[in-house]
Design a protein around this ligand. Structure first.
Ligand code: SF4
Length: 216
């Protein structure tokens, strides 16, 4: 079970600055178990954001948010609410946030930090996309994890070594930073790369230590 906790409210409100209409997504899997993004937490977040002047265009709590096909199917029923939103706030672990980013064209904000996999793996079988860093940076990378998907785990990329869209360390995988740039360009948010992401404090991760690449 992936262990996550909600980010501080101030950080979430900073992410939502300048946006009025928000769609909320939670998960009945790990996030409900860890009380970071189950139905109760989604309803609490809805109330909190409304108190801060936001309009909630809708919300959904998906059984297993890290299951791409299931999430895509469930979100279809909320298409008009999602279309009406400026962005989506996702209350679950990094794998779930990335699933939503992959199946929608909206700006996706991470509402949680993932602390550990708890010895489990997400339903997203084809790739482990979260290395439980404890301080999620998906906000700045278009919902694509640079720690799990970049061979050099670069927080500020690209490195300049990729060729033909492939990683120079492992040409069998796409350059994560090229994917990030393409995604941010599509969202009109390329300026997010102007922010320098500070070196990571790994002590906030329950796996405490440098990233270990798994099966990418
Ligand atoms: S930045 Fe990547 S490793 Fe860290 S919590 Fe987010 S998805 Fe997981």
């Amino acid at each position: 079970m992936l262990i996550s906790e909600q980010k501080p409210l101030e950080e979430i409100l900073n992410y939502l600055d300048g946006e009025k209409n928000i769609f909320l997504i939670g998960c009945k899997g790990c996030a409900e178990g860890w009380e970071s993004g189950g139905e109760k937490q989604v309803l609490e977040m809805k109330k909190t954001l409304q108190e801060h002047g936001k309009t909630i265009s809708g919300f959904v709590v998906v059984d297993l948010l890290c299951d791409g096909p299931l999430t895509k199917f469930k979100l279809r029923a909320h298409k008009s609410e999602i279309d009406a939103a400026d962005s989506i706030l996702v209350l679950t672990d990094g794998a779930g946030v990335q699933t939503v980013a992959e199946v929608t064209d909206k700006v996706v904000h991470p509402g949680c930090n993932t602390l550990s996999s708890g010895g489990a793996h997400a339903e997203w079988k084809e790739a482990e996309r979260c290395l439980e860093c404890g301080d999620c940076v998906l906000e700045f990378t278009g919902g694509i994890c640079p720690i799990a998907r970049c061979s050099k785990h670069l927080l500020n990329g690209p490195c300049g070594g990729s060729q033909g869209g492939k990683c120079e360390v492992d040409p069998s995988i796409p350059c994560a930073w090229q994917l990030i740039i393409e995604r941010l360009t599509k969202l009109g948010q390329l300026d997010k790369l102007e922010k320098i992401v500070a070196p990571k404090n790994w002590s906030v991760s329950l796996i405490a230590g440098p990233p270990v690449k798994r099966g990418l």
